[in-house]
Design a protein around this ligand. Structure first.
Ligand SMILES: [Cu+2]
Length: 93
C-alpha cells in the first residue's frame, strides 16, 4: 500500500472496545497511552500531533488485551484522500 496519508496527524487510529464497554483504548501505530493519562502528564497536549511526516506502507497497532472477552476493533486510516474504516471482532480468551 503506497497511498496512505496522515489522518488527524497519524498514519492510523484504532479503537479496542470490549462489548460490555468496560474496556476502551484508542491506539496509534506508535503505541499510545490512554488519552486521559496523557492529559494528566501533559495538560493540553494533543496525542494526534504527528511524530513523522512520512507515512509507512503498512501500519500495526501495539495493544495487549487487558481482559478476556468479546471485543470490537475499529481501525481508521486515510488512503488517496478518503478515510476508510474497518470493523473487526475478536474473541479474547
Ligand atoms: Cu487517534
Amino acid at each position: 500500500m503506497t497511498d496512505l496519508e496522515l489522518y488527524m496527524g497519524m498514519p492510523g487510529h484504532a479503537v479496542f472496545m470490549r462489548r460490555d464497554r468496560q474496556v476502551f483504548a484508542h491506539v496509534h501505530p506508535s503505541g499510545s497511552a490512554p488519552m486521559a493519562a496523557l492529559d494528566i502528564a501533559m495538560p493540553g497536549s494533543d496525542p494526534h500531533v504527528p511524530h513523522a511526516t512520512a507515512t509507512p506502507s503498512s501500519i500495526t497497532f501495539p495493544y495487549g488485551f487487558p481482559q478476556a472477552g468479546q471485543y470490537r476493533i475499529f481501525v481508521q486510516a486515510k488512503r488517496a484522500g478518503a478515510v476508510i474504516t474497518g470493523a473487526f471482532d475478536a474473541d479474547v480468551k
